[in-house]
Design a protein around this ligand. Structure first.
Ligand code: ADP
Ligand code: MG
Length: 337
């Protein structure tokens, strides 16, 4: 197939995406596909350029037209993390130009990007999560005392995080009340909504999921950050984290993680792939943290490693994702709309 691979993007996660996309391009080529690499620069312009080539080699600017596809590609593979890429915006564009694409559609992408919307949906279904309060920038500007009072309902330590970001950008661990205002301000730099979350004490467990209507969960793994918590540094610095597969949790917890991974995937109406992240607390509870619709995607990223541990290699994994993309496209176009 001719696969248009979208790399880069406008979010702070641009550099991470270039790495993910380079691995995806290598893997697709090893699988015998012809690739059309596209780099989206930080200002949002699209270029026919290979992210594996050194900086500065600009290709041609790309423009698209409604209903007319994308450079003749059979399928598009958005390997974009964060806002303006993983959040339904690019997915909406791909719908408009009428190209099948890998991963979640518009609704699930937008929903899972927004940690507050996601939490509310999970709460409605009774799924276990940490305690949290959501605060908005307008409320913070007009009545900061009230915001601090609400935040005080969450005991310390706690985490503050912008509703729509990733790669730990804008997140702070707050250990003293006096630091709360600065932590909220750091979050508001990224989003008008910030969550204040109770810190879960225990293990961070991640589980990958692939499929459409019958999603399959991988073996769960434990992520051990070589720092106080899993911040940007530990995520991307060489040796900053360690992945332990299988995760050292009980059989019951393992099954619960896998079941919840599939359940959150279905509830948020995801498609193709996702990585669902959990806390397994020292008290033995399994709590849903978040769902990433386009997780880090190099061959050594957690997403791929978890499937590799059960014998599904990177090239075969990519192959499956392409087929799920085509299957969903056919199905969506078969409805009367
Ligand atoms: N409620 C929490 N309890 C414990 N650790 C947390 C909590 N929220 C976030 N963290 C830490 O911050 C990291 C990033 O938070 P997360 O919600 O996954 O945001 P991102 O989308 O940036 O990955 C987590 O992997 C974890 O190490
Ligand atoms: Mg995370």
């Amino acid at each position: 197939m001719n696969v248009a691979v979208l790399a880069g993007g406008r979010s702070s996660e641009h550099p991470v995406s270039l790495q993910s996309a380079s691995s995806v391009l290598d893997g697709l080529e090893r699988g015998g596909h012809r690739c059309t690499p596209i780099v989206i620069d930080e200002s949002g312009r699209w270029w026919a350029r290979d992210p594996r080539e050194p900086n500065g080699t600009h290709g041609e600017a790309i423009s698209v037209a409604p209903g007319q596809g994308l450079l003749g590609a059979d399928v598009a593979f958005p390997v974009l993390h964060g806002p303006f890429g993983e959040d339904g915006t690019v997915q909406g564009l791909l719908e408009c130009i009428d190209v099948p694409y890998v991963g979640a559609g518009v609704l699930a992408s937008a929903l899972c990007m927004d940690k507050l919307a996601f939490k509310r949906l999970m709460a409605e279904a009774g799924l276990p999560q940490v305690r949290y309060e959501a605060v908005h920038a307008t409320e913070w500007r007009t009545d900061p005392d009230r915001v601090l009072e609400r935040a005080a309902a969450i005991s310390l330590p706690c985490f503050t995080k912008p509703a729509r970001m990733g790669s730990s950008f804008g997140i702070s661990k707050v250990t003293e009340r006096a630091r709360m205002a600065a932590a909220l301000e750091a979050g508001f730099r990224h989003d008008p909504c910030v969550l204040v979350e109770q810190a879960a004490v225990g293990k961070e467990i991640e589980c990958s999921v692939i499929g459409n209507d019958e999603p399959q969960a991988s073996e769960p793994g434990q992520v051990i950050a070589h720092g106080d918590w899993y911040d940007y540094e530990s995520k991307y610095r060489e040796g900053g984290m360690e992945l332990v597969v299988p995760a050292p949790i009980s059989d019951g917890q393992r099954e619960r993680v896998r079941r919840l991974a599939v359940e959150t995937f279905a509830l948020s109406r995801c498609a193709g792939l996702a990585r669902v992240d959990f806390f397994v607390t020292d008290a033995g509870r399994v709590l849903v943290n978040e769902l990433n619709t386009i997780p880090g995607f190099t061959a050594t990223s957690v997403f791929a490693k978890l499937f590799e541990s059960t014998g599904l290699g990177y090239v075969e994994l990519l192959e499956r994702l392409l087929s799920y993309a085509l299957e969903r496209y056919e199905r969506d176009r078969s409805y009367r709309f």
